[in-house]
Design a protein around this ligand. Sequence first.
Ligand SMILES: NC(=O)c1ccc[n+]([C@@H]2O[C@H](COP(=O)([O-])OP(=O)(O)OC[C@H]3O[C@@H](n4cnc5c(N)ncnc54)[C@H](OP(=O)(O)O)[C@@H]3O)[C@@H](O)[C@H]2O)c1
Length: 65
Amino acid sequence: MVLRWHIQRGDIVLPKSVSPERMKSNFQIFDFELDGAEMTAISGLDRGKSGRTGPNPDQFDDIPD
Ligand SMILES: NC(=O)c1ccc[n+]([C@@H]2O[C@H](COP(=O)([O-])OP(=O)(O)OC[C@H]3O[C@@H](n4cnc5c(N)ncnc54)[C@H](OP(=O)(O)O)[C@@H]3O)[C@@H](O)[C@H]2O)c1
């Protein structure tokens, strides 16, 4: 579902899996569409920890709880 959320946002996603079942389910993200409430619910999971991504590893400051 989160892969579908990315696609609808216009993000580029590069899913990779060694599991045939998950490879199949990853292709199925084009078989359904999330509605506005579902998109908002997933977006609401953001905790504002922007330090978890970025080009400089010295500035990576998000240590998981
Ligand atoms: N990370 C980067 O900075 C980067 C940069 C450029 C290119 N790439 C390319 O992008 C691709 C992905 O890279 P990555 O670093 O994300 O690979 P990764 O480290 O192998 O991460 C993929 C993980 O997602 C899991 N997964 C896949 N589908 C899932 C699903 N439906 N549900 C739950 N878990 C799922 C996989 O587990 P299972 O295998 O057990 O399913 C695997 O542990 C690769 O081809 C890589 O070469 C990555």
